[in-house]
Write a protein that binds this ligand. Structure first.
Ligand code: AMP
Length: 397
């Protein structure tokens, strides 16, 4: 398969699907440019080869056609600053003007297309729409891992029009390499840490991981469904009664698979779901009536950290407690800290999926783990063992 490093883009017009779905404030200024920064190495490689670049992305969730607040034009100043060159803008991602602008691109030039989702055809994976986008360029580069699990026109269908000239950009390449070093050929002991609110949203991952990991750590809100399954008292803690049987089965399957399942042994409880709630620690199976478990306790922190420090591969998804509230963030903080320490000692650590990424960012630890996935839903589906349409479209002949 062609890779971006071995491909020579000289005199080629490359259309890159990037993930520029960045947060904007009310003045349309970018409040977090991580995704734009992430895409720069791919753009720079193509320009350095002597190619030209057409950038396409979605932004937000526009409902009915163009909307000022979702226009990609707001990204131009940031892009120009990062690339240190003039970036052209096509106010419609398809049509005569976009085609003219694309045709007139000289090597070293960059054109940004307006929001793809101003057309319903994008999310529908419409073939004609994909063909129009494809007509703008000689080569297709997919560098948007965050949308690789969607069979949209620009992420998947478009690849059909580039049977030979299609490749992954650095973002996707790095994502796949780091996920594969966790899921594919992980060094043992392999520990997965799963937290967050619900068993229901993590169950497929848990099941898929049971055949791969040595240790499975479970924390966060989903703990209490497991505790309930074992007959403990959980007060008003978060619980999914429909998943009590599922939790029992996970515990059985872990035993059969020889996986060490670590559940919290103590719980930091609040008398309300509030940062200023009264706080008390109890044994995990004795949360008092009317109280709710909101973080893991010190004994659990010690137990979990010992395992993390003795692991060679670590996958972390989901916080250990209500980390958004400073009085209930300790468990998540200490786990993140142990992961960075273990990484320093040589472990490979992958942090991915919404809230654990928010947590490492909050604690300024993003550069102290091996890899922070930009993937969200795409990462989780990949770990679940699903084939992502955007990945398949590039890989298949
Ligand atoms: P998820 O998106 O499933 O990873 O869930 C993340 C959310 O779970 C965060 O907003 C946390 O505040 C929340 N969470 C973690 N632990 C608890 C808990 N013990 N009770 C309620 N919510 C929790």
């Amino acid at each position: 398969m062609k890779t971006i490093d071995t491909y020579n883009f000289k005199n080629k017009r490359a259309i890159i699907r990037v993930d520029f779905n960045v947060p904007l404030n009310s003045q349309y200024e970018i409040t977090d440019d991580t995704r734009i920064r992430a895409a720069m190495p791919t753009v720079q490689k193509i320009l350095a080869d002597g190619g030209s670049v057409i950038l396409m992305s979605h932004l937000g969730r526009p409902k009915e056609g163009p909307e000022e607040k979702f226009s990609l034009v707001h990204l131009i100043p940031t892009l120009e600053e990062k690339l240190n060159l003039h970036v052209q803008f096509a106010p419609d991602c398809i049509g005569d003007q976009a085609r003219q602008m694309a045709e007139n691109l000289s090597s070293g030039e960059v054109l940004l297309l307006e929001n793809l989702r101003f057309y319903k055809e994008e999310a529908k994976g419409n073939k004609e729409f994909a063909e129009k986008l494809a007509g703008l360029a000689d080569v297709y580069v997919n560098d948007a891992f965050g949308t690789a699990h969607r069979a949209h026109a620009s992420t998947t269908i478009i690849a059909n029009f580039f049977p030979e000239e299609k490749l992954f950009g650095y973002v996707i390449q790095n994502e796949l390499n780091s996920i594969d070093s966790v899921i594919g050929q992980s060094r043992k002991p392999f520990t997965a840490i799963l937290g967050g609110a619900k068993v229901s949203s993590k169950i497929t991952i848990i099941e898929n991981l049971l055949s791969k990991v040595d240790n499975l750590i479970i924390g966060g809100g989903m703990t209490y469904t497991f505790v309930k399954a074992m007959g403990g008292s959980i007060g008003n803690s978060l619980v999914e009664t429909d998943y009590i049987d599922t939790a029992k089965k996970v515990m059985e399957k872990a035993k059969e698979a020889g996986v060490k399942l670590l559940l919290p042994i103590d719980s930091v409880n609040g008398d309300a779901f509030d940062n200023d709630a009264k706080r008390e620690t109890s044994s995990i199976d004795a949360v008092p009536e009317n109280w709710l478990g909101m973080d893991i306790g010190d004994k659990t922190i010690e137990l979990f950290c010992n395992t993390i420090l003795n692991s060679s591969t670590i996958l972390w998804n989901g916080p250990m407690g209500v980390f958004e509230m400073s009085n209930f963030q300790k468990g998540t903080f200490e786990i993140a800290q142990a992961i960075t320490e273990s990484t320093q000692n040589g472990a490979f650590s992958l942090v991915g999926g919404g809230d654990s990424v928010a947590a490492v960012n909050k604690f300024n630890m993003a550069d102290k783990v091996s890899y922070v996935s930009t993937g969200g839903g795409a990462l989780l589906e990949y770990i679940e063992g699903k084939e992502l349409p955007g990945i398949k479209a590039i890989r298949e002949k």
